[in-house]
Design a protein around this ligand. Structure first.
Ligand SMILES: [Zn+2]
Length: 110
């Protein structure tokens, strides 16, 4: 039997560079400073990404991508980046991966 593709909730660990981040699905997620309700959050110091568990799977995937992009930018030394960058790139990369599955397979094959 062919291996089933993972569901979003199966993704519990993401490596950003050489740093592992635990991925947690929970609701609600509150911002640290203003306690606003968020769809997702990355806690760099705690190496944790939180994604709202009540979102539909497609949105969970995009939110996870969004938080990963925050992590990538921070690891690249861009700690003070605009929120707009992950916001725009998450949708673009999600669409790139979905519309080009062979591209992902190519990367996975090394
Ligand atoms: Zn953000």
């Amino acid at each position: 039997m062919a291996k089933q593709p993972p569901k979003i909730e199966d993704i519990r660990l993401v490596w950003i560079g050489s740093v592992p981040y635990e991925v947690v699905y929970k609701s609600p997620i509150l911002g640290k400073d203003d306690h606003k309700v968020l769809w997702g959050h990355i806690q760099q110091g705690e190496q944790r990404i939180e994604v709202d568990s009540l979102l539909p799977p497609e949105m969970k995937r995009i939110v996870l991508m969004h938080e990963i992009i925050h992590g990538l930018l921070t690891h690249a030394g861009l700690t003070d980046h605009l929120e707009e960058i992950p916001e725009r790139l998450a949708y673009q990369l999600d669409n790139l991966f979905i519309t080009n599955p062979d591209l992902l397979t190519l990367w996975m094959s090394g």
